[in-house]
Design a protein around this ligand. Structure first.
Ligand code: ZN
Length: 417
C-alpha cells in the first residue's frame, strides 16, 4: 500500500507569487520549521538564479551540520541540460532536483509558437535528466507543467521515458487549477498504473479545490499502486489563487471522514508545529492569515451562536473535529503596548544587547566579549536591511547561533561571479 509524503514548495512557488517575496533568512527559517514539523522535502529555491546561490549553499551547509535533517532540499529548474550544468556550477552540493517543462499542446504552442513539438519536449527533458544523473543527483523529479490539459497518452509516455532515464518521480501539475477531485483521481490513478513510478500532485486554487484535488489525486496514485507526494505551501500562498495549504492538506489526510483508514502519511508529521509555522510565514510574507483558515485562522475554534456555544461548553466534540492544542495553539500571545527597543539596521550595541537579553526561554544568548556582540549586531543590521521589518526572536537566535552561515545567507552575489 502506497503512502503519502509532503513536499512543501513555499520557497519556490510561494516566493514567485506576484507582489510577494521572502528574505533569504526567512526562507532559511521556513526550511528549519518544515524540518522540525517532519515534512519530507522543501523545494528550497532556484539554483540557476544568482541571487539564490549563497542562500542555497548556506542551507546545504545547515544540512551537513545536521540542522536541516532529515528533510530533503530540492532545487527547481527548467528541464534543459544547460540549466542542469549551471546548477552544478553554482550549487555543486545540491542532491535533489525538479526539472520542469510544459507538456500540454496549449503551452507548447503558446510558448514555443510552433518551434517545438512533443518530440522536442521529450528529447530536451531526457537530455536534462541524463545530465543531472551524470552530475550525480540523488533524486530527480520531472515536472509536467499544465499536466491537467495534457493528453493522457502523452503524459504516460513522458513519465515512462523519464523513468527509463532514471527519474524518481513525475510531478503532475494542475498549473491552472483546472482539475476537480473526480478528474484528477482518474488521471493520477492511470498515471501510477501505467508508468509504475511515484507521482506528485501539484494543485492550484483557481476553482477553490486545491486541497480537495490534492487528496483525491493522492488517492488515485495510491489506488494505482504507487506512493503519492503532495505539493503544499504554507498558508496556501502561491501564484494567483494559491496552492494547496500545508496544514489543511495534513488535516484533510488525517481527519477527514474515513480517509486515513486506507491512505496514510509515510512519516510522522508533528501537527503541533502548525500554529508556529503559519504565524511565521504570515509575518515573513506580510500576508495576514484569513480568520476562517482551517486550523490556524483566528475563528477556527471560535464559537458564538447559542446552540453551538451551549454544545461546546458541554462537550468539545459537538462542534469541533479536532482540538486546537493539536495544532500548537492555546498559549496566549504577548503584544507589547508600552516602550519597545527593537533591533534594526541602524541599531547600536547597547540597544542590541538589551534586545538579546529580553529573549527568554532560550539557549542562553551570551556573547564572549563586546567584539563578538558587535559582529552579531552587524549581521542583524544587514538582515534587517533585507527583511525591512523587525527581526523576530527565531531570526535573532539563528543569527547569534550561526553567524558564519548567516553571513553567506545575507550575501546576494556569488563570490566568484
Ligand atoms: Zn505551481
Amino acid at each position: 500500500m502506497g503512502k503519502i509524503y509532503i513536499i512543501d514548495v513555499t520557497n519556490r512557488d510561494g516566493v514567485q507569487t506576484a507582489k510577494l517575496g521572502l528574505s533569504k533568512l526567512a526562507k532559511t527559517l521556513i526550511n528549519i520549521e518544515l524540518n522540525e514539523m517532519g515534512i519530507f522535502q522543501s523545494e528550497f529555491g532556484f539554483p540557476t538564479t544568482h541571487h539564490d546561490t549563497m542562500y542555497l549553499q548556506a542551507n546545504l551547509e545547515l544540512l551537513r551540520i545536521g540542522v536541516l535533517k532529515p528533510i530533503r532540499l530540492a532545487g527547481w529548474i527548467r528541464a534543459i541540460a544547460q540549466d542542469v550544468e549551471t546548477t552544478f556550477k553554482l550549487v555543486p552540493d545540491i542532491k535533489h532536483l525538479n526539472l520542469s517543462t510544459s507538456t500540454s499542446d496549449e503551452m507548447i504552442q503558446g510558448k514555443f509558437m510552433g518551434k517545438k513539438n512533443r518530440g522536442d519536449i521529450l528529447n530536451t527533458m531526457l537530455e536534462a535528466v541524463n545530465e543531472a544523473k551524470a552530475y550525480g543527483a540523488d533524486s530527480i523529479g520531472v515536472n509536467a507543467e499544465d499536466a491537467s490539459r495534457t493528453e493522457l497518452d502523452f503524459l504516460i509516455k513522458f513519465g515512462l521515458k523519464a523513468k527509463d532515464h532514471g527519474a524518481a518521480r513525475l510531478r503532475y501539475c494542475d498549473t491552472l487549477g483546472y482539475d476537480n477531485p473526480f478528474t484528477i483521481y482518474q488521471t493520477t490513478k492511470a498515471l501510477a498504473e501505467n508508468i509504475g513510478m511515484p507521482i506528485e500532485v501539484h494543485c492550484h486554487g483557481d476553482l477553490g479545490m486545491a486541497v480537495a484535488n490534492s487528496i483525491a489525486g493522492a488517492k488515485g496514485v495510491i489506488d494505482g499502486g504507487q506512493d503519492a507526494y503532495i505539493n503544499t505551501t504554507i498558508n496556501g500562498i502561491g501564484e494567483r489563487a494559491g496552492n494547496a495549504d500545508l496544514v489543511a492538506v495534513i488535516l484533510a489526510i488525517t481527519k477527514s471522514k474515513g480517509f486515513s483508514e486506507k491512505y496514510q502519511l509515510g512519516n510522522h508529521i508533528d501537527l503541533s508545529k502548525s500554529w508556529k509555522i503559519a504565524k511565521y510565514a504570515s509575518y515573513a510574507f506580510d500576508v495576514p492569515i484569513p480568520i476562517n483558515q482551517p486550523g490556524v485562522g483566528a475563528n477556527a475554534f471560535a464559537h458564538a451562536s447559542g446552540i453551538h456555544a451551549n454544545g461546546m461548553l458541554k462537550d468539545a466534540s459537538t462542534y469541533e473535529l479536532y482540538n486546537f492544542a493539536e495544532l500548537g495553539r492555546g498559549e496566549p500571545s504577548f503584544v507589547e503596548t508600552g516602550r519597545e527597543i527593537c533591533a534594526g539596521q541602524y541599531s547600536g550595541i547597547s540597544g542590541f544587547r538589551y534586545v538579546m537579553d529580553q529573549i527568554i526561554g532560550d539557549e542562553a544568548i551570551s556573547f564572549h566579549d563586546d567584539n563578538e556582540a558587535e559582529q552579531i549586531l552587524e549581521l542583524v543590521r544587514y538582515a534587517n536591511v533585507e527583511a525591512q521589518k523587525p527581526l523576530v526572536e527565531e531570526e535573532l537566535l539563528f543569527i547569534a547561533k550561526y553567524p558564519e552561515i548567516t553571513k553567506k545567507i545575507l550575501t546576494l552575489k556569488p563570490l566568484d561571479y
